[in-house]
Design a protein around this ligand. Sequence first.
Ligand code: ZN
Length: 581
Amino acid sequence: MLNPKKLSEQDIKKIAKNAIKPDSKISFYDLLLSEKIITPEQLKEIREKKNNQRYLSFSELVETNDDINMEKYIAAFCCSFDIPYIDLELLAPDTNALTEISFATVAKYDVFPLYLWSGELAVVFKDPSDNGAINAVNFETQNRVVVLCSPENQIHSAIEEHYQLAEFDKLIDQISRQYQLSGSGNISGQTNLEHVVNQPPVVKLANGIIYSGIREQASDINIRPTRSSVELHYRIDGKMLLVKSFNLELLNALVGRIKIMGGMDIAERRLPQDGHASVNFLNRDVDLRISIIPTIEGESIVIRILDQSKGILTIDQLGLEGQTLERFSSIIQHNNGIFLITGPTGSGKTSTLYSIIESRKHSSRHIISVEDPVEYHISGIEQIQINPKIGYSFSESLRHILRHDPDDVLIGEMRDTATAEIAVKAALTGHFVMSTLHTNDAPGAITRLTDMGLQPYKIASCIVGVLAQRLIRKICSHCKSEVTLDEKLVLSQGFEEDITYYEGKGCKKCHGTGFKGRLMVCEIMTLDDELRGLILNGATAQELRGPAERNGMRSLKQHSLELVTKGLTTLKEANSINIEM
Ligand SMILES: [Zn+2]
């Protein structure tokens, strides 16, 4: 007998989409090809990537290709393996099912428990080929798991709607009741706090916040006390997003839990502390760099998420094209000289440096990097973490490195004259040196080096290229739509009148911001005889810009406006980076 309110497995099978007729005689890959979901070229490319990127599954690699329709891909998978493919938006979940799987697991594996009926739990997976997720669910429930599948965006919406915030609320309520928190936030007794931070609701809440941040592709998680509450913010695509406000009483428990995760001193609450942790997320290790500072409202936490699988892009993935890509590629062919990457904090300089290293390490070069901090571990190169506290500075470590027979040297940042002098010495003695500087544009790097006291002839003879970069937000492809802009505004930017402009309207997928993901905007300066002459004569950055553009440098502004004409970003976003200049 079926309970009409709860769908049986058969019912779910009946409503499963049957866009593609299953045919068990053909393999999954053949089905993808015959249904034209993937072209033979795409299949070849993904298989090649799979050999290089062991962290990502076949499905995750398919997902990185914007030209493949993910929905059709998963539908084909379900047909091949006879898994019901459901439209989650049409179904109301069973609240009893929600309590079967913890929020930490739901957030970590992107799964959604839908129905619970006698001894069976129907769980929706975004990727039913993910054994890690299926095992994790099996581990938590006593019931037999019925595997269903839905598009990832529907699962995300369902988790957000029915689970995430409700689960945070439930845990918060549980913690408050269990420990009888008073209005003054009193889990302050030392023994009591040490006990509380190891209790399941507190552990689950802290883990849920972290997994949820990783899943949302946040770069940082910020838990910030205000006078009346605790605010949870995620930094996504460079912008802070308020996710939730908690009761202030929870602060001490959360801070304590995170201190334990980061190997910090739980009793120290008056001094800033730094810590590290590593969590396993979707079968890969994600490093967390934790900073806690005491503010007048209480301790404030920032967790930087260093997702190793996303850390190192290939040169192709940087998004350079045409003449810019040619310039970049020719600079990184050099065997000696200095290549500088410039831009403000958070402009993606480190990612670019790592891409260069990744491409050069294959040409049997001995590469040593000096960094502060080492953000990603790159196999095949020697990375050094400096430690100024014990006098091991950039310049000090570089002196030793040059005796260590390197071909290429990466200097995390050129902070002082001593470091710059050694970089020049290394470049002049046949090393390829890569480093970063905080300047707004490429010509500005030259004047910065002069200001640091480097002689102009050294600069003119060493620099093989300067790349200035920014990251610009990309219009969300899920809510992208055409807009008409004010004619005067359009003409003032020097655009043709007949360009189509786009904006994101804001949807669940982009948290209502209208943007998802970021693109690199850059200008690359190389030196010709005219520019070298100007440098020797002590020219200013403004004086260098004109000749640099005549020598083929496309400016940051030009590049950002090109992205507007291509419909990849908005005029407002492009102008926001140009204002900084
Ligand atoms: Zn959107």
